[in-house]
Design a protein around this ligand. Structure first.
Ligand SMILES: [Zn+2]
Length: 330
């Protein structure tokens, strides 16, 4: 296995371990456990260096995975949890033969062997399986049968072996993919979180040139946009990116993240616009535009055709409540 894949795998095992223990297990924690420096773990995870066999064995023992998981071999890569594969296959009502056809495997007994833990698979095959079932590859590694996994793409945490939760995720993930088509470039959940941290650090760095900072500021807006789409469960009624930019620029908390010249340049280009609730970066899709439309129409009729927007409608409702409160006091 090349350094990069190995690093990625160790990182995945670490993030899975975090889920298992219910709190973040940082590089620093792994470093302490293995009695090496945090920087060294960082280098390993980023593929800059490779641990020696002794350390690799310690890592395998710690995460309770077979040492073979890390072994390099042209035809084999890693062992996955066969029981999980079998359960996922049963949820989708696929026979071993169906699955082997879908994965284009020549050996018709391959699935049986994989499920019995007698056959390792390549990383490429692992990706195919995780795409097919829409579960993260780190979930397939785990030995913990009740493991909750967080989809690195749509960000949903769920237990893939519970049929209800499994199907819930598939539905959610499909919305994610639809949103991806509509809004483009929705990077994955985990990826997004680390991008955000880097960008904020970058924007504070005085040694960096204006143009570069400006680009990073756009990327940061993109991060908030993606998060807003995700927090709206990938509802495609969310505003587009171009419409979202002036809304975010209108928020004080966001303004504070930028240097003044960058902020001014962005406002000159995109302007500012209301649309987000103060202090939040999340757009709210107005359900009432659909559900309460008849109510709005009725009230509008009484007001001689005045244009009642959902916002005015909410104010009216508040006003009516106040009125009734006053009536009650009389
Ligand atoms: Zn997903």
């Amino acid at each position: 296995m090349d350094n990069k894949s190995l690093g990625l795998l160790i990182k995945q095992l670490r993030s899975e371990y975090s889920l298992k223990i219910g709190k973040r297990f940082f590089q620093k924690d792994l470093a302490e456990t293995l009695n090496v420096s945090r920087g060294y773990i960082g280098d390993i995870e980023n593929g800059r260096t490779k641990p020696n066999d002794n350390l690799l064995e310690k890592i395998a023992n710690f995460f309770e995975v077979p040492l073979d998981t890390f072994k390099d071999d042209n035809s084999t890569g890693c062992y996955i949890n066969g029981t999980k594969l079998k359960q996922l296959r049963n949820i989708l009502k696929l026979s071993q033969k169906d699955l082997s056809d879908k994965l284009e495997l020549n050996d018709i007994n391959a699935i049986k062997k994989i499920e019995n833990g007698n056959k390792s698979i390549t990383l490429n095959m692992l990706n195919k399986i995780s795409n097919l079932f829409k579960v993260d590859s780190n979930f397939l590694y785990s030995n913990n049968r009740d493991a909750i996994t967080t989809c690195s793409k749509c960000g949903l945490s769920y237990c893939p072996l519970d049929e209800h939760e499994y199907l819930k995720h598939v539905k959610y993930h499909n919305s994610y993919e639809e949103a991806l088509i509509k809004f483009g470039d929705l990077y994955g959940y985990q990826e997004g979180e680390s991008i955000q941290k880097d960008l904020i650090k970058f924007l504070k760095d005085d040694s960096i040139q204006f143009n570069e900072k400006y680009d990073k500021a756009i990327q940061l807006i993109r991060y908030y946009f993606n998060r807003s789409v995700r927090n709206n469960s990938y509802d495609t009624r969310h505003v587009n990116f171009d419409e979202y930019i002036p809304m975010l620029l209108n928020q004080d908390f966001f303004k504070e993240k930028l240097q003044e010249n960058i902020y001014i340049a962005l406002v000159n280009k995109y302007g500012t616009k209301s649309g987000l609730k103060e202090g939040t970066a999340d757009y709210e899709i107005h359900e009432e535009t659909k559900n309460n439309s008849s109510q709005i129409d009725t009230i509008a009729a009484h007001l001689e055709g005045k244009n009642i927007t959902p916002k005015k409608m909410r104010l009216l409702e508040k006003y009516i409540d106040t009125l009734f409160d006053e009536f009650d006091e009389d």
